[in-house]
Design a protein around this ligand. Structure first.
Ligand SMILES: *[C@@H]1O[C@H](CO)[C@@H](O)[C@H](O)[C@H]1NC(C)=O
Ligand SMILES: *[C@@H]1O[C@H](CO)[C@@H](O)[C@H](O)[C@H]1NC(C)=O
Ligand SMILES: *[C@@H]1O[C@H](CO)[C@@H](O)[C@H](O)[C@H]1NC(C)=O
Ligand SMILES: *[C@@H]1O[C@H](CO)[C@@H](O)[C@H](O)[C@H]1NC(C)=O
Ligand SMILES: *[C@@H]1O[C@H](CO)[C@@H](O)[C@H](O)[C@H]1NC(C)=O
Length: 506
């Protein structure tokens, strides 16, 4: 019985040695350690749902940038629509509201707005001076509109056009700016519209532009100064993690004078984060979460109105590379800088794989110029093929493909039971992760996951099992995982709450 055993042992040693050589080949840092991290979400990049109180004192806070409004004519009973999605007249003949009937706000101040339609044109009046159209592609040459709500019924509005008159739906085909708007809000008044707000954004753009230049700097600096503090780094280290993933926005790279409406002061908090990380022996994964003109249209990308315009001009890419260069140059010699994520969650329907691949290649070079040993993270596209980054990542050294796993945001999870969720992690997540975690290829990470799900009224024990199976499966990523988020008004999304209450056991 001895011989076969020692043979097996010898084989085992050879195998481990070969593994060591292979993994050494792709890894500059032989001390690399499996990353267990938490995301410092909602700190340097605002997300309203993480800390709703940040938005509390904004005047007229229903009408922030990017709010999606729909207007149904009280007299005609049909929705205003940008005919053809934009480029021509506005009509009032849609019986239901979707893309063409949705108008996105660009807030000038609490009462005045530019209004953008589906195909990105802005509302204005045509040369006759009274017909409402959506033809201008430049907000500067479009009109400024005021939206006035009925004081005792905010679901009713009038819209004051740039010529000082109010819009009215005269017929289904004719919307003009020539009402005095003095009809007592009666049902037969064609200047009255029923308002629906179909979507809101609550990101950095909204909070800063919502408070405006006189209030936003103080509010944001107070937030940065209090939301995450040194003690949090101590807590993270003592709870068994070895890293933090820090989402940052492009505007922080032009601190202290970022373009409006963003406000200065964020950079010193990022500096502090690096100091605290070093003090508590935590690695930093610096994550470019928000790129100029938005790579995914979500509020967490700093989007103004939900359109994805990143990558559609060379300028947006070059600016992003400058941002990346700023951050990596600043922290390259900091002992805590461990990895740089080039761009968080670009969305497949707005960012093509070829544009992204070129950017990732250029971004990789920028990071390498300053930080030869840092890991470089390539975030998979949302709704992209999970393996599509393998070719580009395989051409790099110390590259990591980052996937994000939520049991939300997709209808397949809506009716899943506890056991089905757990099984989905064990089978589907596990298979997908395994398919991109190849021995000789790039490393992999699950740098966003959470123990929240669609299950209603789950018990603590069920949450514990859900956390446990995710830790187990995501623990097979070759680089590491990170929980979303450290702090959150929603308790199951808060790592701090989950740890302190025993819902996650590391
Ligand atoms: C809001 O902006 C409009 C257009 O620039 C301006 O006419 C108006 O006075 C401003 N209102 C306030 C309250 O600042
Ligand atoms: C609405 O009006 C436009 C312009 O007259 C017309 O082209 C379109 O077919 C109409 N749509 C409906 C649903 O009636
Ligand atoms: C604005 O509306 C008035 C009617 O209230 C109309 O006579 C005028 O032509 C419109 N355009 C301008 C530029 O005033
Ligand atoms: C979920 O269940 C509800 C009712 O039980 C049903 O109406 C709905 O279609 C289901 N959704 C999915 C995505 O299966
Ligand atoms: C999960 O994986 C199983 C087994 O591979 C497959 O049958 C099932 O369709 C997958 N579920 C979803 C929702 O993709």
């Amino acid at each position: 019985m001895k011989t076969p055993n020692s043979k097996r042992q010898l084989l085992g040693i050879v195998f481990v040695f070969v593994l060591f050589i292979i993994s050494n080949g792709r890894s500059l840092d032989t001390n690399s350690q499996f990353i267990k991290a938490v995301n410092l979400g909602g700190w340097l990049v605002t997300e309203g749902w993480i800390k709703p109180s940040l938005f509390d004192s904004i005047p007229n806070k229903d009408f922030l940038d990017g709010a999606w409004l729909q207007f149904k004519s009280k007299t005609i009973g049909k929705f205003l629509a940008a005919e053809l999605g934009g480029g021509t007249i506005i009509v009032a003949n849609s019986s239901s509201a979707s893309d063409w009937e949705t108008f996105r706000l660009w807030r000038i101040n609490e009462t005045s707005f530019h209004i953008r339609v589906f195909n990105k044109q802005f509302l204005g009046l045509d040369s006759s001076g009274i017909n409402l159209v959506a033809v201008s592609t430049d907000y500067k040459t479009s009109g400024v509109f005021e939206i006035i709500r009925k004081s005792d019924d905010p679901s009713l509005v009038r819209i004051k056009a740039p010529n000082g008159s109010f819009l009215q739906a005269k017929t289904q085909d004719l919307v003009t700016a020539d009402s005095k708007g003095d009809g007592q809000w009666k049902d037969d008044d064609p200047s009255v519209f029923m308002l629906t707000i179909s979507q809101r954004l609550q990101g950095e753009y909204q909070v800063t532009n919502g408070y405006g230049p006189s209030k936003a700097p103080q509010i944001m600096n107070d937030h940065w100064n209090t939301f995450i503090v040194e003690e949090d780094f101590n807590f993270i280290a003592t709870s068994g993690l070895n890293a933090v993933r820090i989402p940052v926005g492009w505007w922080t790279a032009s601190d202290p004078t970022p373009p409006k409406p963003f406000v200065g002061g964020s950079l010193q908090y990022l500096d502090k984060a690096f100091l605290w990380a070093t003090k508590y022996n935590l690695k930093v994964i610096l994550d470019l979460h928000a790129a100029p003109v938005s790579q995914n249209g979500y509020e967490h990308s700093g989007s103004r109105d939900g359109f994805i315009e990143w990558g559609q001009t060379e300028e947006s890419i070059q600016e992003t590379l400058r941002v990346l260069e700023f951050f990596t140059a600043r922290y390259a010699n900091n002992p805590s800088l461990y990895a740089v994520e080039l761009l968080n969650e670009p969305r497949a329907d707005g960012v093509s794989l070829s544009v992204l691949t070129k950017y990732y290649e250029a971004g990789y070079k920028v990071v390498r110029k300053h930080a030869p040993n840092a890991f470089v993270l390539l975030s998979n596209r949302l709704s992209g093929d999970s393996k599509e980054l393998l070719p580009v990542a395989s051409r790099m050294t110390n590259a990591v493909i980052d996937v994000h796993y939520y049991h939300l945001f997709n209808d397949i999870f809506n009716n899943m039971t506890v056991e089905q969720n757990i099984e989905y992690v064990r089978t589907n997540r596990s298979e997908e992760l395994q398919a991109i975690t190849t021995l000789a290829g790039p490393l992999t990470s699950v740098f966003e996951w959470t123990s929240e799900w669609k299950v209603k009224g789950a018990t603590k024990e069920e949450y514990q099992r859900f956390s446990k199976v995710q830790l187990e499966v995501y623990g097979r990523a070759s680089f590491g995982w990170a929980y979303w988020t450290l702090k959150n008004a929603e308790k199951h999304w808060s790592f701090e709450w989950m740890i302190k209450n025993g819902y996650i056991n590391l």
